[in-house]
Write a protein that binds this ligand. Structure first.
Ligand code: ADP
Ligand code: ADP
Length: 219
């Protein structure tokens, strides 16, 4: 019951000079929590970006949620329906309120304005930030902003959450809160969670660790 199936995936940059992925084979089961670990520059972000269809491979096959990412024309639809992204730098829009930021992924759906608002508030409640709904993100702490980003990632009920160094810009105590939140949501919602990190104690939270080195999987 794999939700992600990758075979022989290769990606290079700069006309082939930089080999970011060098033949990746990877299967991830529905509902699994996997950490992708490895040193800086080993290809972790490139791999995560391929899974989220933010970047396209040169060779190999990649199927996510039953969709062949190399041949589908509906990548925007795929991303907004199946994938929730959480990045190191939360990427919130500074001149929108917290609630409006959480509503962004729902623009792609046919929900009404009221339904979007209700659902945004429901997910803000789930991350403990209902009372911040009308604030702008710059008024929030780093940890609170990352919780907003998690609410935004979840709001379309994606089957997969992709998190790239989600605690990377946070102090360790705040980082722990974010990790706990992600793993709780993973358990409660049975969502597949794929997290990139280079910090062992963060990676160890996962059910399985995939080690990447020089664009290849080690284990
Ligand atoms: P990691 O996430 O493990 O730090 P990345 O996937 O970001 O590794 O990068 C893997 C390699 O590919 C690195 O050498 C990086 O500099 C290079 N790289 C990544 N993205 C690009 C890009 N858009 N253009 C050129 N080189 C890139
Ligand atoms: P990380 O170590 O978390 O991957 P990076 O700073 O290496 O963070 O990369 C951040 C983003 O910049 C990645 O999405 C990657 O695609 C891009 N990137 C990385 N290296 C390069 C590069 N040499 N040239 C252009 N873009 C790059």
């Amino acid at each position: 019951d794999n939700v992600i199936e990758i075979q022989g995936l290769k990606k290079s940059y700069d006309g082939g000079k930089i080999k970011a992925l060098n033949g990746i084979d990877l299967e991830i089961k529905k509902g699994e929590f996997v950490s992708i670990m490895g040193p800086s520059g080993s290809g972790k972000s490139t791999l995560l970006n391929m899974i989220g269809a933010l970047d396209v491979a040169d060779e190999g096959t990649i199927e996510v949620a039953g969709i062949d990412l190399r041949s589908t024309a509906k990548l925007n639809e795929f991303r907004s329906q199946e994938i929730g992204f959480v990045f190191q730098m939360h990427n919130l829009i500074p001149n929108l309120t917290v609630r409006e930021n959480v509503e962004i992924p729902m623009y792609e759906t046919d929900l009404s304005t009221n339904q979007m608002r209700e659902r945004a508030l429901k997910f803000l409640k789930a991350v403990g930030l209902e009372d911040k709904a009308d604030q702008i993100p710059t008024k929030l702490s780093g940890g609170q902003r990352q919780r907003v980003a998690i609410a935004r990632a979840l709001v379309n009920r994606p089957s997969i959450i992709l998190a790239d160094e989600p605690t990377g810009s946070l102090d360790s105590k705040t980082g722990d809160v974010i990790l706990k939140l992600l793993s709780d949501l993973h358990e409660k919602e049975n969502v597949t969670l794929v997290m990139v990190t280079h910090e062992p104690y963060v990676g160890n939270m996962a059910e399985r660790i995939v080690n990447v080195l020089d664009g290849k999987i080690q284990n």
